[in-house]
Design a protein around this ligand. Structure first.
Ligand code: AHR
Length: 496
């Protein structure tokens, strides 16, 4: 028997416009993400810049908006000047975050060219681990200032006459983690970050900055780090970062799918710190949230590249339940559109990614689909969803509705996103927009698979793929659909 849920919406019950930057990605010099991933001049698919067109074509479907680069942990040992100038003259260095060899063939200019080609907005992470605040400031000058001064002139000498106008910069990465190069206690990071932020904004006052928040809910630094950092940096921080990786090590699918409770809570707690510090500082400036690393990641966690070039690292295989959890993250971001302004799927190719390359072949993993289904429908205003329907209790994550949901109003269209978390039962869902009748369904897709552990492989690529969904009916001003157990659907409805 199907379980029944009614989703009640009203066009006046608005959360906030959805910032398109919620659909960002992350490209780190890690394993085969850059080399042998997005950039591979030896590949049959390489374009004139050495980028793989098959990878780029697949990424285009994700309609990514902002891409964070060059790390991650890598950023804390990276000296940006190693990655500019004549490629043959760039140094090969020992990369310490992932114990790999870094030839610096791909650097700032190559990344910016890639962003231009893809219509991505660049987001750079400066080195506040082994790097000095002034080095960060110099990178801003290199990228964003017109010619006539030392670092901007280097850019001109490298062939870029016009400034790259990089709008968004991260003040280091996971600096509260003992694994981070240059890790320091909160008060010391706060000083470093404030110094860098001041100089970076002095170089270009238009940029926005992301202060490095505590990197996980399980960290002893959680919340207290953020408080100290935000208090010290003050109005220089436009955003504070959140990171979250989740997994299902115990094999409890129902509890795993309930992890959305904990993601919602992380967002709300981090926002609470931002608001508390704002109040304490009597400031008009509110810091918003930048969820600049998120994904499923728990299987392939060995991060030692054994001094190799482009080693196979963190090449996670994703299944149906992981795809539903990825949908869960996106539901949560959309539901918190008033506080989360930027989010970056970590990462985009080969390393904990929706895409995997093998030689010249490319595999689309299960988690690709929910991201695509959401991202293609991201324009509009997030609406509050009132759910009337059954719940269950996850063993560790608490009580959730069997149906997870979010909704975006875009003029005369309503996008509705639905996850049926039930392992056995189909879901009968009624969608009621109280003040506007639903006329018809413009488009809909559904993602499901034979079992929670089903995954796409190079040998069987279609175990978990999105397909057109013809199970949506509009009648008497409302929409109704039947979702299979363990499925995610995205609907676009025409409104009267
Ligand atoms: O995304 C992989 C790694 O996870 C990043 O380099 C780091 O910031 C995080 O711990």
């Amino acid at each position: 028997m199907a379980h029944k849920t009614t989703l009640h919406l009203h066009t006046s019950f608005q959360i906030a416009p959805v910032d398109p930057r919620l659909f960002g990605g992350f490209l780190e010099h890690l394993g085969r993400a850059v080399y042998d991933g997005i950039y591979d001049p030896q590949s049959h698919h390489a374009d004139t810049d050495g980028c793989r067109t098959d990878v780029l074509d697949a990424l285009r479907r994700l309609a990514l908006t902002v891409i964070r680069y060059p790390g991650g942990n890598f950023a804390s040992g990276y000296h940006w000047q190693d990655g500019i100038g004549l490629v043959e003259e760039r140094p090969t260095v020992r990369e310490l975050a992932w114990q790999s060899l870094e030839p610096n063939r791909f650097g700032s200019e190559e990344f910016i060219r890639l962003c231009c080609k893809m219509g991505w907005s660049p987001m750079l992470t400066v080195n506040l681990g082994a790097g000095a605040p002034e080095e960060a400031r110099n990178w801003v000058e290199y990228c964003n200032c017109p010619g006539g001064s030392r670092y901007a002139d280097m850019r001109l000498a490298n062939g870029s006459d016009r400034p790259h106008a990089v709008p968004l910069w991260c003040l280091g990465n996971e600096m509260d983690g003992p694994w981070q190069i240059g890790h320091v206690p909160a008060d010391q990071y706060a000083i470093r970050a404030q110094q860098a932020a001041k100089m970076m904004k002095d170089a270009d006052k238009s940029i926005e900055l992301v202060a490095c928040g505590s990197c996980g809910v399980g960290m002893p630094t959680y919340m207290e780090w953020d408080r100290q950092v935000l208090e010290h940096i003050g109005d220089l921080a436009d955003y504070v970062s959140l990171h979250r990786y989740v997994g299902n090590p115990t094999g409890d699918t129902a509890d795993y799918l309930a992890v959305t409770n904990s993601i919602d809570r992380q967002i709300e707690e981090m926002d609470a710190v931002c608001r508390a510090v704002q109040a304490k500082r009597h400031s008009a400036k509110r810091a918003y949230l930048c969820f600049d690393e998120w994904n499923v990641w728990y299987r392939d966690t060995q991060g030692d590249g054994e001094s190799k070039f482009a080693p196979h690292l963190l090449e996670e295989t994703y299944n149906l339940e992981d795809a539903l959890v990825v949908a869960g993250f996106l539901h949560s971001f959309v539901r918190h559109a008033d506080v989360v302004k930027i989010a970056n799927l970590a990462q985009i190719v080969n390393v904990i990614a929706p895409l995997l390359t093998r030689g010249d072949d490319l595999l689309i993993q299960s988690i690709f689909y929910p991201f695509e289904m959401f991202s293609q429908r991201k324009k509009g205003i997030s609406l509050r969803c009132a759910i009337e329907g059954p719940t269950y209790a996850g063993a560790t994550n608490g009580v959730v509705h069997k149906l997870d949901s979010s909704a975006i109003l875009d003029g005369d269209r309503l996008h509705v996103f639905l996850t049926n978390r039930s392992l056995e039962q189909a879901a009968e869902v009624d969608i009621v927009l109280a003040d506007r009748p639903v006329l018809s369904c413009a488009s809909a897709e559904v993602l499901t698979g034979p079992d929670p552990k089903a995954a796409n492989t190079f040998e069987k690529r279609d175990a978990v793929v999105a397909v057109p969904f013809d199970g949506v009916k509009a009648a008497e001003g409302r929409a109704r659909c039947h979702l299979p157990p363990l499925s995610f659907a995205a609907l676009t409805l025409n409104l009267a």
